[in-house]
Design a protein around this ligand. Structure first.
Ligand SMILES: Nc1ncnc2c1ncn2[C@@H]1O[C@H](COP(=O)(O)OP(=O)(O)OP(=O)(O)O)[C@@H](O)[C@H]1O
Ligand SMILES: [Mg+2]
Length: 249
């Protein structure tokens, strides 16, 4: 990958929580304006990659670069405001008692209320089902609608890089397809770089451009998603326990 095509680069990154090392001299790259899928067994460090990028896991060694600029150790606020990185974490992350609209307003708080309110209708165009529930409590939305709202809230900031952790959890297959289609559209039409963690490997590979597999905090495979999808061993490799043998790297 040429330097100018690289959005995200981890160089020899050692990161974890307190004294605990999770990422163990990890090297990886994610291409600009593409969808890169992170896969691997539970506990491999997939979420930690996103957290290290977003300043939520401590990087003890190595460098993280965004578009060539060193962002190692930067805090979430700076990463969001200055570097255009948005993070949609695993699980539910809304203010359940507040309305859909209020959740969006809060998501855009760093923009100033005027800009946030101008952008809310544009974001809602992407999510008609959420728009219909604008004044309902966020907790009353279905799981899929809540995930769409979380993504919408991140998009208000017009990120250049979207980090998204297991968006498909708890969603029906059709809603998962909607979410994946949206990510594809963001990459293709707006040049957003997407780094996505997904256990729903087969369907995610159909959406992604590249796939990276981690095992025990190290990269064991990086190849075009289509190539991995065509691998006759994919079922055995990823659908039975999710173990990726190092031989595939
Ligand atoms: N805040 C934390 N403090 C201490 N240990 C943590 C913390 N967060 C994660 N870990 C540990 O770090 C390791 C890697 O976790 P991580 O969440 O990155 O894995 P993952 O690949 O995303 O797994 P999963 O597929 O289950 O989401 C795990 O052993 C986990 O228990
Ligand atoms: Mg995880």
């Amino acid at each position: 990958m040429e330097a100018q095509d690289t959005a995200i680069e981890f160089e020899d990154v050692v990161a974890g929580y307190g004294e605990l090392t999770i990422l163990d001299r990890l090297n990886l790259r994610a291409a600009r304006g593409k969808i890169t899928l992170l896969i691997g067994p539970n506990g491999a460090g997939k979420s930690t990659v996103l957290k290290a990028l977003f300043g939520l896991a401590r990087v003890r060694h190595g460098r993280i670069r965004l578009h060539g600029e060193d962002i190692t150790g930067a805090g979430a606020r700076e990463l969001l405001a200055r570097h255009g990185i948005a993070f949609v974490p695993q699980g539910r992350n809304l203010f359940g008692q507040l309305s859909v609209y209020e959740n969006l307003e809060l998501g855009g708080i760093t923009l100033g209320m005027k800009t946030a309110r101008e952008r809310i209708p544009q974001v809602l165009e992407l999510f008609p089902r959420v728009r219909e529930r604008l004044h309902s409590a966020a907790a009353s939305l279905s799981g899929g609608e809540q995930k769409q709202l979380e993504i919408g809230r991140a998009l208000l900031l017009r990120p250049r890089v979207l980090l998204i952790d297991e968006p498909s959890i708890g969603l029906s297959p059709l809603v998962v397809q909607d979410v994946f289609r949206l990510l594809r559209k963001l990459a293709d039409e707006q040049g957003v770089t997407v780094l996505m963690v997904e256990q729903n490997v087969k369907s995610a590979l159909k959406t992604a451009d590249d796939a990276i597999a981690l095992e025990a905090g190290r990269l064991v495979l990086h190849k075009p998603a289509g190539e991995l999808l065509a691998d006759p061993d994919i079922e055995r490799l990823f659908l039975g326990g999710g173990h990726v043998p190092s031989a595939l790297a």
